[in-house]
Design a protein around this ligand. Structure first.
Ligand code: AVJ
Length: 322
């Protein structure tokens, strides 16, 4: 028998308030910006899924291969009996980790967290059925809320995969890693999946694919703001921009206004002008060097106890111990 349940730590009202606050701030700023977390409504999540299958988008399949190869070792080194997965989405790659933890004989509990109830509900049921005897506790919430509400235990491993840590800038990463360190007991683990700095000729197409899926994904944030806040963005009037910032070592996605225009956000009583060619930042996706990510883990109070890198050195799994 398996126990499957879902905990809601973030209500639709709280989510809506967070979106309003982000849009108010981001559109009033100069240059304008919108945070990447709002890409992922059901259409955005489907588009992201499509991105992960594109020939140019190497991170997902590279990480999956790495996990296939090293999940056994990770399970062994971690000694964890509980896997907490932040931003689990459909929990697809997680099966590899869970399988390895089960085979190592430790697995007792899986705690996937996501802001999307729909992604989580399905995953919780499926994993529950695939891993009988394992307690599955889905947590609907954001990263911070989840960390505070995490079920106890002394042998937990928190996994933050997919390179999503790169959506935070350095200071946000320090805050986030500090939060994780705070909730973990001595000996507990954090497994990070991070993209590595590589050739811009590989990096840029991964965020600007020939089929234009990433462009649609990027413009999707405007559709979300239109629907949720009564805005009148014309998504097709914005061009997708992806560039490699070699100083910050991150990919930056922007939306560039094709013409001058005025946008209203009815629910916020807001009117915003765009100049022709004006660019609004929608995402940073930082890439790392191993000494850099190790340094950040160290500063947050983790010992690096394992790292796994693919042959082409494009992606890394880094295991930190509290
Ligand atoms: C899911 C945040 C890791 O930054 O590579 C994919 C999102 N953005 N294509 C990334 C994304 C554009 C992705 N993360």
């Amino acid at each position: 028998m398996s126990t499957v349940s879902l905990d809601v730590h973030l209500t639709p009202e709280q989510l809506a308030a967070a979106l309003r606050s982000d849009v108010l701030q981001g559109l009033a700023d100069s240059p304008k910006w919108l945070p990447p977390k709002w890409f992922y409504d059901s259409r955005g999540s489907e588009l992201f899924d499509e991105i992960t299958r594109l020939p140019e988008y190497y991170p997902t399949r590279t990480e999956r291969e790495l996990l296939r190869r090293s999940a056994g070792e990770i399970a062994m080194v971690s000694g964890a009996d509980t896997l907490v997965e932040l931003g689990s989405g459909s929990s697809e790659k997680t099966r590899l980790l869970l399988g390895a933890m089960r085979d190592a004989g430790h697995l007792r509990r899986y705690v996937p967290q996501d802001v999307s109830v729909s992604a989580l509900g399905g995953a919780v049921e499926q994993i529950g059925a695939e891993f009988p005897g394992v307690e599955v506790l889905g947590v609907v919430g954001d990263f911070t809320g989840t960390l505070e509400a995490l079920p106890g235990g002394r042998k937990r491993m928190i996994a933050f995969l997919g390179g999503t840590l790169g959506n935070f800038v350095r200071s946000e990463r320090a805050d986030f890693l500090g939060e994780v360190a705070k909730v973990l007991a001595s000996g507990e683990k954090l497994l990070l999946g991070v993209g590595l700095v590589t050739d811009p000729a590989v990096l840029v197409p991964a965020y600007d694919d020939a089929a234009g899926v990433t462009a649609e994904f990027n413009r999707n944030v405007l559709r979300v703001v239109n629907r949720e806040l009564g805005a009148d963005f014309a998504p097709e009037c914005f061009e997708h921009v992806a560039l490699w910032d070699s100083v910050n070592e991150w990919i930056e996605m922007r939306l560039r206004a094709r013409t001058a225009m005025t946008v209203t956000v009815a629910d916020l009583g807001l009117t915003v002008d765009f100049e022709a060619g004006e660019e609004m930042r929608t995402e940073v996706s930082a890439k790392f060097r191993l000494p850099g990510i190790e340094g950040e883990l160290d500063e947050a109070g983790f010992d690096v106890v394992g790292q796994w890198v693919d042959e082409r050195r494009r992606f890394a799994l880094v295991l930190g111990e509290r």
